[in-house]
Design a protein around this ligand. Sequence first.
Ligand code: ATP
Length: 359
Amino acid sequence: MNNKQVAVFYGDDASPEVMKPTVDLLRSMNLGIDFIEPLVGKAAKDATGTLFPEEAKAQIDKADATFFGSTSGDSTPVLFYLRWGKQTYANVRPCLYVPGFNSPMAHPDGIDFVIVRENLEDLYLGLEGDIQELAGLNMYSRHARANLSDLGPGKYAIKAITERGSQRVIRHAFELARQREKLKKVTVTCKYNMLALADGLFLEIGKRIAEEYPDIAFEHFIVDDFLCRMISHPHDLDVVVMPNLYGDIMSDGAAGLIGGLGLAPSGCYGEDYAYFESAHGTAPDIAGKNIINPTATVLSAAMLLEYLGEDEAARLLKGAVAAVYTNQENLTADQGGRASTSEFFNALQAKLQGALTNN
Ligand code: ATP
């Protein structure tokens, strides 16, 4: 049988400090997966004159999935390709409390919900410009009772919510709710009161799709109300789906509920491709210090394994993470511990070896 292939990008700033040992860990599991490392960024520019050569693009296309370290610079064209090129429209961000996580909540046990963030549109199309460019359109604000061009000098950014984009991500959320053994519920959230057309469309599509899933409960909240509920009653949530910007913000908040950004994994799924990366960024402020928490990256790797059909390996990996947290002796500073990133990995490797031997 042919090996599966995963394209790996180590990312920028502190990302390689967690990506490289995670890939080593995955390689040590002997799963019949080849981890290939396409040449991109500065090294590619020096060698080929471009940051993202066609060869690297072809390697991504040929791979079954990509494992991606957060980027702040030269590998950004790769990220854009993974999103818009591969049409990975559903960014799935689980918020699962594991005993031992340094949660600020009094009762974090049982927090287990998933944010499904639309990944390709909304304000993230990068359609920005000078307000004066729109003067000819004579746009009138019912809310401000003024023409846009009367507001004075400034910039605009376009928020686009499409029917197709909303349908596919909301459907993804319902399918996920069906798979999960939890509340069998989907929550839609956005600002449909103020943005009656754009976010109103997202909600309407949610309501329509809900009718196709009579086995799944459906509810909706305006996003500010949702945030309050997410903090006060996180146990009531199962799968929550929302447009891109709200998803970006709410998922960082959700990570805060269980103990911080260092714990939050993420996977971005399209019809026929997926890539996996931690929900956090490149943590530039702690780069080079060997203190970044690898948990988010390792749990993203577990999501990658599940996507590749390696459920047992994913289970063992998540079990090893849980064992490190139960033991508490090798936690990083963000979790109140004193271990370095390397010490965390050593402990994780030992737990994993133990689990593999007993399996
Ligand atoms: P982005 O916009 O790309 O998501 P960001 O501006 O939200 O990035 P992050 O890189 O996510 O920034 O970092 C936010 C803060 O959280 C920083 O202080 C960073 O050091 C901390 N942080 C992020 N990830 C981790 C981690 N894995 N371990 C420890 N601290 C982390």
